[in-house]
Design a protein around this ligand. Structure first.
Ligand code: ZN
Length: 444
């Protein structure tokens, strides 16, 4: 009897174990159905290659040519600037502009403004042919510009006026510092430059951006509400979302979260609204919110500040050693003379050309951080990959590592999509078959 009861008990226990194993088999559904169906684990590299293959080969070749041409343009821009500045020095145009400013007034700050206006207009006119090629004809050749010449020129004139005003705001105190502090001008000069950069990024979204595009409140609740919900979840105090008409200029998709306190605004461009699905818009906004939450604006100013201090030390050395050799020949009296400006531009341009990989790496690192943030905030890795493919219209998708290090101010398409697919591999529930299947419409 005892034996029999043991056997019955054992049988009941076994039955219960088997039964519970059977009922809990579907209950192990923390792994979603599509994952249990897949015989192999998610292949990140294959998923990345499948996204990259969405771009037709001809479009890919054009994008590569456009972006690689940009490497050379940085060099041509530098050489063109040096040539124009050399003309201003060699033929004493800079000295004459200063003489005219001194004849018109004895007040130093006003002399600086009068010199600056002449200098900036002449330099802009002389570099304009390269500017037309670069900003107008070349953009049209690659199908990246929507403007006819008239509206394009109007934007250039507005940019010129903005440059005139902002430049004067910088030049007057900068030359004041040079005159007051003599040898050590570059320390306080760089502090002034950093404050100026912070000032420009403070006013730009509210006072400068609207000069080029119209901003209005986004009324479409299907897009606005998920964005505002994401903003609240990420501690961003915004009550409205703005859209702006970037399609005036191009088909590029873009958005931003900019400004401080009362000027804080979330903006997205009409190309993003018209060309992208909601998951794609959400992942883009997640990225932009990442910039905001991670304080990239402030960190950027700090890192830019370090580069600027080094740059001003280099500028001080470059100007003094050049003036010792050729100052008299150019009729430039010294570092306190505004006519020194073309020389300063040459030295500063050389410095920033050499600093290209440093500046790009500062930017690219923060962009990568914002990508990670956006993936976690929006949880749309497939939408992210599709947006990265759209950005591949004008940014080479698959560069070598050295190329990416030197020339990329954002991560390349391959880097970004690899990050998205890596995230997706760890979050299989986020897979979005519609996004995976979606063919991308390229503009040309
Ligand atoms: Zn960004």
């Amino acid at each position: 009897m005892v034996r029999a009861s043991w056997l019955i008990l054992l049988a009941i226990l076994l039955f219960e174990v088997v039964a519970s194993a059977q009922t809990s088999a579907p209950g192990a559904a923390s792994v979603p159905p599509n994952q249990t169906a897949a015989p192999h684990p998610f292949d990140i590299r294959a998923a990345v290659d499948a996204y990259l293959a969405k771009m037709p080969p001809a479009r890919r070749a054009a994008s590569d040519a456009y972006f690689e041409g940009g490497y050379w343009l940085q060099l041509w821009d530098f050489l063109c600037t040096v040539f124009v500045m050399w003309l201003l020095l060699r033929f004493h145009w800079s000295a004459r502009m200063r003489n005219l400013a001194e004849r018109l007034t004895h007040f130093h700050p006003l002399q600086t403004v009068l010199y600056w206006i002449q200098f900036f207009v002449v330099a802009s006119v002389l570099t304009f042919p390269l500017g037309i090629y670069e900003g107008y004809f070349r953009e049209h050749k690659y199908g990246l510009l929507n403007q006819t010449f008239g509206p394009w020129l109007r934007d250039q004139v507005v940019a010129l006026i903005v440059g005139l005003v902002l430049g004067a705001i910088l030049m007057v105190p900068l030359f004041g510092v040079v005159r007051k502090l003599g040898k050590n001008w570059w320390v306080w000069g760089s502090v002034l430059m950093i404050v100026f950069a912070a000032f420009v990024s403070l006013i730009a979204p509210v006072y400068i951006a609207p000069l080029f595009n119209k901003y209005r409140k986004l009324e479409d609740a299907r897009v606005r509400d998920p964005i505002l919900s994401m903003a609240r979840a990420n501690g961003i105090p915004a009550t409205d979302v703005y859209e702006f008409d970037a399609s005036r200029q191009s088909n590029r998709v873009s958005a931003n979260v900019s400004g401080f306190a009362n000027t804080l605004r979330i903006s997205l461009n009409d190309n993003l609204l018209n060309r992208c699905t909601l998951p794609e818009i959400e992942t883009t906004m997640g990225h932009e919110m990442g910039h905001y939450v991670l304080n990239h604006e402030y960190k950027g100013i700090v890192m830019f500040g370090v580069v600027i201090v080094i740059g001003f030390a280099f500028l001080n050395w470059g100007i003094n050693s050049s003036l010792a050799r050729s100052g008299e020949k150019w009729e430039v009296r010294g570092i306190t003379d505004v006519a020194v400006l073309p020389l300063a531009v040459i030295v500063f341009s050389l410095f920033f050309l050499l600093m290209t990989p440093v500046m790009n790496t500062i930017s690219r690192t923060m962009e990568y951080e914002a990508d990670m943030y956006g993936l976690n905030a929006a949880q749309q890795p497939d939408g992210e990959a599709n947006v990265d493919m759209l950005l591949g219209e004008y940014r080479k998708l698959d560069p070598g590592p050295v190329e990416e290090f030197i020339f990329y101010d954002h991560p390349s398409g391959r880097t970004r999509i690899t990050a998205a697919m890596r995230w997706k591999a760890e979050h299989p529930e986020s897979a979005n078959p519609d996004e995976v299947a979606r063919p991308l419409s390229y503009t040309k």
